[in-house]
Write a protein that binds this ligand. Structure first.
Ligand code: FEO
Length: 401
């Protein structure tokens, strides 16, 4: 049985959600599931914007056939060739003999890499700014390379002013019946997953996101239809503001997030004392994460949110504790920059993690490390407590700037 929603009288959401998948990209936990959005435009010609992941292909086909109501599918616009959106291409080519695939040259290269299907006479290659008239609707194509794959393009429907934005402006999270941003409390229920989605999947490509936003800035946009998560039609400025901060690596909030690793609880104890001292000095909404038990994608999302980071790590095999090292490598890989960082190291005989964490932060852009770097020798003692108090004052001063 079909499960669709109408964007308006002629454009339909024909995607679906997967609440069974544990790890998106076999990497990111998605306890709230994920949606794969696809949109079908009914006009003199019919056009489908992207397909879906193979996990929901049966639902997807039922949705398409219901909306088409006996008509053929004329065009499939492929905005993005990652398999969570392109799994249905071959099946649709078999089912609709007149169907043409619309994409750019890079799209076609990727299709041929992923599939062995015969595409002779079945493709329409478009260039930047090309248009495809469907009748009363007209599609215009804007390329958004490396947001976050090279072939990515966005499709703008000119008569209804709808932007089909590919992965951009998407979020983890299954759709629970509500499709539009004004049907749900995004800031309460969705923003953490949207931030985690952006920061981990698109985060590395901030300059490319900026370029795409600049390119689209002259367009009047009534609706943004991403490939995952809710459709935006009411509070688009809220979303654009988030994307501006994230893509410029500007923190959303002046806030402190503490990330610690602790083998036997002594580094954790120092962190708790530090957080309490900050709170007594008036700092609110402090976040504390154990990097061993918190998925690194959540840690990364918090880095994108917060202005001030505290990293506390034991020394392990003369290096940084593995979970903290992995977190720092991920920060660098995702192009994290422009944060203020306080460091706490621990080492029972040769503490080195502070120096090593600083060296990794120095490889990132505009990361300011506060003085002093606190050194614990096994556990917090009077001398290290004094350093911790100094570090608290540095952090408070920086927060006040
Ligand atoms: Fe949702 Fe880049 O695929």
């Amino acid at each position: 049985m079909h499960c669709t929603r109408k964007l308006n009288d002629t454009i339909h959401w024909v995607g679906g959600s997967d609440r069974r998948l544990a790890l998106f990209e076999n990497l990111f936990p998605i306890p709230r599931g994920v949606s794969y959005n696809s949109y079908l435009i009914m006009d003199e010609k019919t056009a489908l914007i992207d397909t879906v992941d193979s996990s929901i292909s049966r639902q997807f086909l039922e949705n398409i056939y219901h909306v088409l109501d006996g008509r053929p599918l004329d065009f499939l616009i492929v905005n993005h060739m990652e398999p969570d959106h392109c799994a249905g291409i071959e099946e649709l080519l078999y089912r609709f003999p007149g169907l043409k695939i619309v994409g750019n040259t890079k799209t076609l290269t990727l299709i041929r890499q992923f599939y062995d299907m015969d595409l002779d006479g079945r493709t329409l290659i478009v260039a930047e700014n090309d248009v495809l008239p469907l009748g009363s609707h007209t599609l215009r194509f804007y390329f958004a390379p490396m947001v976050h794959w090279p072939e990515v393009m966005m499709t703008y429907e000119e008569s209804e002013k709808i932007l089909f934005s590919a992965d951009a402006f998407g979020s983890f999270g299954a759709l629970n019946g509500n499709l539009f941003d004004d049907e749900l409390d995004f800031d309460r229920d969705w923003i953490a997953d949207a931030r985690r989605y952006y920061s981990n999947i698109v985060g590395k490509y901030g300059p490319q996101v900026q370029a795409a936003m600049k390119k689209l800035s002259g367009l009047e946009i009534a609706m943004i239809c991403p490939l995952h998560g809710p459709v935006w039609r009411s509070n688009i400025p809220y979303l654009l503001d988030k994307y501006t901060h994230w893509s410029k690596y500007e923190p959303e909030e002046k806030a402190v997030a503490i990330f610690y690793a602790s083998m036997y609880g002594d580094t954790e104890n120092a962190v708790n004392i530090f957080a309490g001292a900050l709170a007594e000095s008036g700092v609110k909404n402090i976040s504390v994460y154990d990097v061993s038990s918190t998925h690194v994608s959540t840690l990364i999302a918090e880095v994108f949110r917060c202005s001030h980071l505290v990293l506390a790590s034991p020394t392990y095999n003369n290096g940084i504790y593995p979970a903290m090292l992995n977190f720092l490598h991920d920060m660098k890989a995702l192009n994290v920059q422009n944060r203020t960082v306080a460091l706490i190291e621990n080492g029972s005989w040769a503490p080195a993690s502070g120096k090593l964490m600083r060296a990794l932060l120095d490889e990132m852009k505009q990361m300011q490390v506060l003085d002093p770097v606190v050194t614990l020798k096994s556990a917090l003692k009077e001398d290290s407590a004094a350093q911790l108090a100094e570090l608290k004052d540095s952090l408070l001063q920086s927060l006040a700037e």
